[in-house]
Design a protein around this ligand. Sequence first.
Ligand code: FES
Length: 119
Amino acid sequence: MNSNSTPDAEKQRTINICINFRAGNLLPSCGAVGSRELADALEAGIAERGLPFTFKRLHCMGKCHIGPTVKLSHGGPFIMGAKESDVPQILDWLEAENFDALKAAFPLPKVNLNLEEDY
Ligand code: FES
């Protein structure tokens, strides 16, 4: 724990990223919108900067239509819809442990399923 770390920051040390292609790429998925490229760039950047995060590639976190899906654990925010070109900024915020900025820049959309309006 460095002197600037908060207890919450210490718990947010794993970056989980979905790299799934659903149904052979027939259904919306994180893999279809660049999550594997995002994962490679994030992992390389974390290693290059020596940031204290572990990195896990996962197969689906249930947010397939709005990915790429990234989740900081334990208890950290989702980072939704980031692109490979966003990686330098993401790494800057990770390095600064500014998880609020990550959450604000790549929010988990609120979904309103008012199906009665559509049917
Ligand atoms: S395919 Fe990524 S969350 Fe389901």
